[in-house]
Write a protein that binds this ligand. Structure first.
Ligand code: 5RP
Length: 263
């Protein structure tokens, strides 16, 4: 792997642990002002100290994150669809590589939609992005199986998605946690991080999810709603960080959550 790609990955994945806590705040690109992310600056600012990287679009990066911030940006460069449109899978590339370079990003990211009518197009977009990433030394994160694809969330399907993304050249992959998750990790030759998905019933469940994913080989989380839609987002990210970066058992992390939340 070339130096620039390694160096940028080392900004995202703590070299001491090999793991990352990415804060996903890109949801507005197809959901608009989703709950608790109506004002991205307000939501993001208190969480930045506890995140290893932010996943976001160029609009939110430019307008809602101070350029003096040292937080690594993982720039979402796919979109062109919306929650009220005909198909969430019909994504194209929305941001040029030149703009990503100008924004000094640590990685670029896009979604692939395996198993949909847009499979070929999104996979070829990934190939194009990887070619550009290799040219300029910027890693590419492939996001698998969002939206309707969630319904197919089993190890067989997610292994297929992650492996295809890695074969095309993604430098790391984001997917969902599932039963037999270790099979997804074992058959994917690049690091795998997990999304949180919609907010879970109890925050303890979120910590359990992060814990189980790490125990089965995930190299971190790229979590959004379970952190910033929580009643206590700072307590949430601090305790997820405890699990991912400090090997905290779930009970201890939940205690940390309760004490930071003032419960
Ligand atoms: C949407 C995304 C989100 O960033 C991803 O789903 C992570 O956020 P959450 O934990 O809320 O699911 O990639 O396409």
């Amino acid at each position: 792997m070339q130096w620039g790609i390694k160096n940028r990955l080392a900004r995202i994945f703590n070299p001491e642990t090999g793991r990352t806590v990415m804060l996903a705040v890109d949801h507005g690109y197809f959901l608009g002002p989703t709950r608790k992310l109506e004002n991205p600056r307000e939501t993001i600012a208190p969480l930045i100290p506890y995140a290893d990287a932010l996943m976001l679009t160029r609009g939110v990066l430019r307008n809602c994150v101070d350029p003096e911030s040292r937080i690594p940006a993982v720039l979402r460069v796919s979109g062109g669809v919306s929650i009220v449109g005909p198909s969430l899978a019909d994504e194209g590339l929305t941001t040029s590589f030149e703009d990503a370079i100008r924004l000094n990003v640590s990685a670029v990211t896009m979604s692939i939609f395996v198993g949909t009518e847009h499979e070929r197009e999104t996979l070829l977009n990934l190939a194009e992005l990887v070619d550009q990433g290799e040219t300029y030394g910027i890693p590419v994160l492939a996001v698998t199986a969002v939206g309707k694809e969630l319904e197919k969330r089993d190890a067989r399907f997610l292994s297929l998605c992650c492996r295809i993304a890695a074969e095309i050249g993604a430098h790391y992959v984001k997917t969902y946690y599932c039963e037999d998750f270790e099979k997804v990790v074992e058959s994917c030759p690049v690091p795998v991080v997990i999304a949180g998905g919609p907010q879970l019933d109890s925050f303890r469940d979120t910590l359990q999810l992060a814990h189980d994913a790490i125990a089965r080989g995930a190299r971190g989380v790229d979590m959004g709603r379970n952190i910033w839609q929580d009643e206590h987002p700072v307590a949430a990210i601090r305790s997820v960080r405890g699990v991912v970066q400090e090997n905290m058992p779930v009970d201890e992390a939940f205690e940390l959550y309760r004490s930071v939340a003032g419960r």
